[in-house]
Design a protein around this ligand. Structure first.
Ligand code: FNR
Length: 186
């Protein structure tokens, strides 16, 4: 049984792009600024320094990530789609965390969003991610899906989200993730 979640709900982002100028980083920055009262979107932990998984050894950046996930009330995946699926850097981090003692994704409320330059807006990555989340027993919000296609048209040169409809759905989604987290935590 989970403990009651104090206000505000803390949401740990897991960012699937390491790219300078990443649209998903821009999307996450927008989400942090749009978070409604009662929801705090934290800084994304650096997952690029996590070694490729070979054998157990939950030290350094891996144990930092495990601790951060444990401490957060919910997680928020913000990721591109690579070749119709989850970018390797994010999958590697997931694979590490999935084998930590008292696996921290079990029962963890989760949100998913992603931006791509194409029109499909990470939908295929999101379905692959949902399959992984079944096995690790995370509890993702099912609907709506935050699929941000044609990202280059939705952010300005400084990385600011300029599309009002996208801003509205992100704000509503974070409010829903906050409610979902509270409902699962009583
Ligand atoms: C992509 N991109 C991409 N886009 C998409 O909609 N579906 C896909 O399957 C892929 N596959 C893919 C593979 C690889 C290796 C790269 C580098 C790119 C394009 C992708 O949407 C685009 O590069 C985004 O800008 C990546 O997100 P960030 O890094 O801007 O957050």
């Amino acid at each position: 049984m989970m403990l009651r979640v104090p206000d505000p709900v803390s949401v740990l982002p897991l960012l699937g792009s390491l790219r300078k100028g990443s649209y998903n980083r821009m999307l996450l920055n927008a989400a942090r600024g749009l978070a409604p009262e009662g929801v705090t979107v934290l800084e994304a932990p650096a997952i690029g320094g996590i070694p490729l998984r070979q054998r157990d050894g939950f030290t350094g950046p891996v144990s930092d990530l495990v601790d951060a996930i444990r401490a957060a009330d919910a997680v928020l995946f913000v990721s591109p789609e690579y070749n119709y699926s989850i970018p390797g850097v994010l999958k590697n981090a997931l694979d590490w965390v999935s084998r930590a003692p008292e696996q921290p994704f079990r029962g963890k409320p989760a949100g998913i969003m992603g931006a791509s330059t194409g029109v499909v807006g990470t939908a295929r990555m999101q379905y692959h991610l949902r399959q992984v989340l079944i096995f690790v027993e995370a509890l993702p919000v099912n609907r709506p899906e935050i699929i941000v296609g044609r990202a280059a048209e939705r952010f300005d040169a400084d990385g600011n989200l300029t599309d009002d409809a996208t801003a509205t759905i992100i704000r509503d989604y974070l409010a829903m993730l906050g409610d979902w987290t509270r409902r699962l935590s009583v």
